[in-house]
Write a protein that binds this ligand. Structure first.
Ligand SMILES: NC(=O)c1ccc[n+]([C@@H]2O[C@H](COP(=O)([O-])OP(=O)(O)OC[C@H]3O[C@@H](n4cnc5c(N)ncnc54)[C@H](O)[C@@H]3O)[C@@H](O)[C@H]2O)c1
Length: 336
């Protein structure tokens, strides 16, 4: 039985706890949880009878666990990830890895020195519609990619502990927090762009709330990505894309992927099966889908059933670096 210590019992911690509950029959169990808000820790501890620790660092120091899963606000990722690896624990670290370049280097160094297994929560690499897209890009079933558009739009996220999501030094803004999903996925399917152009839409304090980036892949092949998180709170979360290939165009809309071959005769793509349960922990995404798939993959990696190559630390760091370059191109995270 793989014993997991889950640190951070807010929105994402709740999502992970719900997934581990379903995965208990795969040989994994949350046996320790930590949160500085005791009532949040208790709610998740009650799901699996886990021990409760007052802080993440206390859990890493004292709990008898094999794995540390870090679902903390982003500015706390690196310190906890490094401490966990140094304690010899395998590590699941939520995205975005961290914000600071020195911390990125330290994470990579400690990963290498300790030899522990690490996966980053770049969840859309393991979400059905995106797995399908990666598959057809790699197989060239529709020829080469000619262009793409990716969007990730959300009502204003208002649940975060001490408003860390809207504190630019803690979250990195909508860019590093939300847009990193698409930037990472675009790199995953097409590699590093030759050039980028970015523009930002800001609030009264000058903080980026919406970003538009164009990634140039040469020969007229361009991909655009947009992320926004200051639509009114009731605005339903949506993530979609359109990708034009040489022989067809594919679109993800409302969770359905439709293929439009050039020759006509559109059809719904058959997506890989995904776990369909939900959690009730709040936040702007409720179904377990990709979260279940990524954690199952992580556990199977620890059991030696895969090589954990899908969402590595090194890859996730490259994606944050790309987004940081976009933010710089757009004039900085905060601009008065
Ligand atoms: N993969 C995804 O799709 C996705 C979606 C949302 C959030 N995230 C990421 O997950 C992470 C957490 O985000 P969230 O929305 O769950 O935030 P949140 O504010 O809901 O939860 C964070 C929790 O950490 C706790 N905490 C703070 N300091 C602590 C400490 N020292 N020790 C123990 N607990 C502490 C807080 O009390 C809070 O409950 C972030 O990095 C975020 O970017 C990923």
């Amino acid at each position: 039985m793989i014993k997991v210590g889950l640190i951070g019992c807010g929105f994402m911690g709740g999502m992970h706890a719900a997934c581990y509950k379903v995965l208990e029959n795969e040989g994994v169990k949350v046996t320790a949880v930590a949160d500085v808000r005791p009532e949040f820790a208790k709610k998740l501890a009650d799901m699996s009878g886990a021990d409760i620790y007052a802080t993440g660092m206390e859990l890493i120091e004292k709990a008898d666990v094999d794995v540390i899963d870090v679902c903390l606000p982003t500015h706390l990722h690196a310190a906890h990830g490094i401490a966990a690896m140094k304690a010899g624990k395998d590590l699941f670290l939520e995205k975005p890895v961290c914000l600071d370049e020195a911390e990125m280097e330290e994470l990579l160094k400690v990963e290498k020195e300790t030899g522990v297994k690490v996966q980053i929560g770049q969840v859309i690499r393991q979400s059905a519609a995106y797995i399908w897209l990666k598959g057809v890009v790699d197989s060239k079933e529709f020829g080469a990619v000619r262009s793409g558009q990716f969007r990730r739009l959300s009502g204003y996220p208002d649940w975060a502990w001490e408003n860390w999501l809207h504190t630019p030094e803690q979250s990195g803004t909508v860019t590093v927090d939300m847009h990193v999903h698409d930037a990472d996925f675009i790199r995953y399917i097409l590699g590093e762009p030759k050039a980028i152009q970015s523009m930002a839409n800001r609030d009264e304090a000058g903080v980026i709330q919406q970003i538009f980036t164009q990634y140039d892949y040469g020969n007229g092949v361009a991909v655009t990505a947009e992320a926004c998180w200051d639509y009114p709170v009731e605005f339903p979360f949506c993530a979609d894309w359109v990708v034009k290939f040489e022989k067809a165009t594919a679109q993800l809309k409302d969770g359905v992927v439709t293929v439009y071959p050039k020759a006509g005769g559109s059809y719904a793509a058959e997506l890989p099966a995904e776990y369909e349960g939900e959690n009730d922990i709040g936040g702007n995404v409720s179904d377990l889908g990709g979260y279940y798939t990524e954690l199952k993959y992580f556990i199977e990696g620890l059991q030696g059933k895969n090589d954990l190559s899908i969402a590595t630390l090194e890859e996730a760091i490259k994606s944050v670096k790309l987004v940081k370059a976009e933010v710089a191109a757009a004039g900085g995270a905060v601009k008065k």
